[in-house]
Design a protein around this ligand. Structure first.
Ligand SMILES: [Zn+2]
Length: 66
């Protein structure tokens, strides 16, 4: 089952949720606001690992070789 991170549109509260097919987005537990699925940002992962690849197609960094 995929694990998604949801972010509250109103207060920014984050929450990891195991999503079943057909299940709706959860409500925020802090403000009861609507939550939105957060798309993982590949570029941020590169940055946190200290790599500076910008081509996206090299085979020397962990982000591109997969
Ligand atoms: Zn909230």
């Amino acid at each position: 089952m995929p694990l998604y991170t949801y972010v509250c549109k109103r207060c920014g509260e984050k929450r990891k949720v195991l999503m079943k097919i057909g299940e709706r987005a959860p409500k925020c537990s802090v403000c009861k606001g609507e939550m939105e699925k957060q798309i993982p940002l590949i570029a941020n992962i590169h940055g946190s690992q200290g790599t500076s690849c910008s081509s996206g197609s090299c085979s020397s960094c962990s982000g591109c070789s997969t």
